[in-house]
Structure formats: C-alpha cells, structure tokens
Design a protein around this ligand. Structure first.
Ligand code: FES
Length: 168
C-alpha cells in the first residue's frame, strides 16, 4: 500500500511526531498552550489524535483541551485548504470594506469562515490585523498579501487558482 494512502500509517506518524513534541515538555498542565502552539504550527491545525495524546500526557480531559482550542482563535481543528484565504477584519481593513471581501469569498467557495472546501483546495479564515494596515483592506492567500484589495481582485485570484488546479 502506498504510504500516503495508508490512514493507519499516517496516524502512526502523527502519534510519533506529537509525542516528539510532547517529550520537550514536562507533564505540567501549564504547558498546554505551548504544546498546542507547536502542534498548530506543525500541522496548520490540531488533529484529534494529537488532542488525545496531549490529554493522556498532561492528564487533562479532552473536553478541557477542546475548550482551550476553541477559546483561542489561532487554534483550529480543521485542516486548512491548499489555498487558505485569510481576510483581515482588523479595524483599518474593516472600515475600508474587508467584510464584503470575506462575504464574497464565502459566496464563491460556498463555505463559512473557519471551514475548508470538500476537495481540500480552499479554506477561509477571518484574521485580526496582519500588520499591513497601510495597505487596507487586505486579504492573504497562504503567505501572499494582497493590499488595497477589492472584491474584483479576490474573484480574479480565485479564478486563477481554479484555472491552475483545473477546476474551470
Ligand atoms: S487591520 Fe488589516 S492589516 Fe491591520
């Protein structure tokens, strides 16, 4: 069986990697946020299996871990799409109309913010200030920043990605 297609192998890899991260920390409850940060950074989300490993390691109930994950907007339990569209709703961007860019992204991709399309191609995030207020309104596709953005530009970017991915 191909490695990428072997769900159990992927789980094993994930468990191993999560435990490598855990081994850097003592079994103190206070380490939960730092551990979640590391996992989020590594995978772009907090996989369920990682939550289980953390729960065992720190002796914290799953519900408590889930509560912390949902409390902080930087943590997510959904894998991001290949193209993650982050729309800035910080004040500078908001007053310049970024909400309409977000609404357009949701309309085009038929998903809510924080979700990923079924084909795994796109996800949408709401973010608060990405430090480019002078370029407001701003959206990002992965690490690429689009400043002085318009709904029309978002449409163009989505069209280009779809064409590149053979979705048109
Ligand atoms: S408010 Fe959008 S970049 Fe600062």
């Amino acid at each position: 069986m191909e490695y990428e297609n072997c769900t159990k192998c992927v789980d094993k890899k994930l468990i191993k990697e999560t435990n490598e991260i855990l081994s850097k920390y003592s079994k103190q409850k206070d380490n939960l946020i730092a551990i979640l940060n590391d996992i989020q950074e590594k995978y772009g989300y907090i996989p369920k299996q990682s939550q289980l490993e953390i729960s065992n390691y720190l002796s914290i109930p799953m519900a408590e871990i889930y509560g912390v994950i949902t409390f902080y907007s930087r943590f997510t339990t959904n894998p991001k799409g290949k193209y993650n569209i982050s729309v800035c709703l910080g004040t500078a961007c908001f007053v310049k109309g970024s909400q309409s860019i977000l609404e357009r992204a949701k309309e085009r991709l038929k998903i809510e913010a924080g979700k990923t399309t079924d084909d795994g191609l796109f996800s949408i995030d709401e973010v608060r200030c990405v430090g480019a207020c002078g370029l407001a309104p701003v959206f990002m596709v992965n690490d690429e920043v689009y400043g002085n953005a318009t709904v029309k530009e978002l449409d163009k970017v989505i069209d280009e990605i779809m064409a590149k991915e053979g979705k048109n």
